[in-house]
Structure formats: structure tokens, C-alpha cells
Design a protein around this ligand. Sequence first.
Ligand code: NAP
Length: 276
Amino acid sequence: MTISAATQVLAVIGDPVAHSLSPVMHNGWIADHGLDAVYVALPLKTADAEPALKALKALHLHGLNITVPHKAAAARAADRSQADVANVWRWELDGSVSAFNTDGDGFLDSLDESAPAWRTRTSRALVLGAGGAALAIGAALSPFVDTIHFANRTVARAEVASASVPNGRSLRWDDLERGFGAADLIVQATTLSMSGDDAVEWPVANIRAGAIVADIVYQPLETGLLRAARERGLTTVDGLGMLIYQGVRSFELWFGIKPDAAKARARLLAALGETP
Ligand code: NAP
């Protein structure tokens, strides 16, 4: 593809962002559809990203993804936002910026793909973590389940998360054995799985037969929790699906085209050095 003055520029902004897989995913789809566009990664190292994001508005990119730790600043800096934390910006024809959050619905899309029966099988959900991703997942799951328990190392954040949805409850971090035993769907949304396969001893033996176990971390692709759940014969959902489907929804917002999730998965597995 030839880059010219007419080429539309899109980016992911965050810190760290050098290992982001979003450029592989979006540039693959841009090529699939023959679009005159390019998607790059831009590191933004600052405690307060709002001024930099406000300045970026004037550059009129075609689209932007925002990742950790700038999603709340992105929601505040936009001219309008669908949620308190945003992972997508879209420039409108009048030059204003609309912010969206596709993380939660992207997670539900990945559940639909990997555990299609989840809606009928899930009455009680347990979300591990209370960060930006856990909040987005909780908001998306809330209408479809009876209760969502949030368990988080820092109790105050678990309480904020549980108050963010009408059917939310908080669970003590030292009460995970009970929480694992009661849940139909367990979603690991802390950074813990990134520490290494065996870093955490989750009470997998307590999980009820028929439960679904999801981990939104995708490096490693099969986390220690997912491996232990698979070895018990439980349905597992890896974090690559959420990455892909939040991206599908971003791409649709920017280009009005639904891109091919399966092609993205093959490209991302290759980028991660995994066999498809
Ligand atoms: P975040 O807002 O920084 O939240 C981090 C969470 O991890 C908090 O709940 C934090 O608990 C918990 N945590 C960190 N260290 C811990 C430890 N040693 N023990 C127990 N809990 C610990 O991050 P986020 O944006 O929600 O992202 C969370 C994870 O999801 C990251 O690994 C991220 O890469 C992944 N993610 C994946 C996707 C995807 O598309 N698959 C999308 C978004 C995020 P405290 O409140 O106690 O600090």
C-alpha cells in the first residue's frame, strides 16, 4: 500500500503500548478491505493524559483506541462519551470526538463464540478484579445474569464495582473458595494471570461442573487458571476473543464494515507464536 497525504491515520494510545497486537489486527483488516488507512501504536507516558488527548482532537485522526492507563482520561477529554471509561474515539464530520466503550460487548461476543450456551447456563457470575476491564465486563453482563460478585484485592474497589450495577455484590478476596463454588461463570479480569502460569493458586477444585471459566489475559494465551479449568473438563474462554471483538466493534464504528474475526485470530496467533 502507498502512504499518501490522503491516507487515513488510526492509532492505539497507551503506556506501555509497544507490544500491542492492535496494529496487527487492524492493519490486517485494512488490507482485507483495500482501505487507504494505516494503524500505528503511540506511547503516551503521563500521569494525566487529558491535556494530551484534548490536543490530539485537533489532529483529526480517523480513529483511536485507548488502552491502559488512559481510558478514563479518554472519556473525559472527548466531546461526548458513552461510558466513564472509553477505549474508542471516533472523529465526527464536524470535527468533534465521540468516545465509546467496546470492551464489555466485545467480551460478550467472545462468550457467544466460545461458550454459546452461556446465557442459559449463567445465573451467578463472579468477576475477579475491579479495574477498568472488570467494570466494563460487569456492565455488559449485568442485564443477562441474576447476580455478579466482584472479588478484588483492594476491597474498596470491589465495593465501587459492585455498586456500579444493580445486581452487583462484593466478595472478600479471602473468600474465593466460596465464590468459585457458587458461580456459573467466572471471569478473571485482574493482571495476575500475566505473572506466569503457576503464580496463583486459584481454587479450581471448587468450581461446579458445567461452569464456564474465562480469563481476559491473552499473554499467555492459556493462563494457569484456564489450563486447570480445561484439565477439569470445564468450558474455557481465552482473552484473545475479547481483544478481537472489541476490535471488530471499533472497526465497525470507524469504517462501517464488519471485519473478519477468524482472520484476525489466525494473524494474532501467528504474532503470539501460537499454532492456530
Ligand atoms: P486495571 O484497571 O489496572 O486493574 C488491574 C486489576 O488487577 C485490579 O483489580 C487490581 O486489583 C488487580 N491486581 C493487580 N495486581 C494484583 C495482585 N498482585 N493481586 C491481586 N489483584 C491484583 O487493569 P484493567 O484495564 O482492568 O486490565 C486488567 C487485565 O485485563 C490486564 O491484564 C489487561 O491486559 C487485561 N485486558 C484484556 C483485554 C482483552 O481485550 N482481552 C481488555 C482489557 C484488559 P487492585 O484494585 O487491588 O489493585
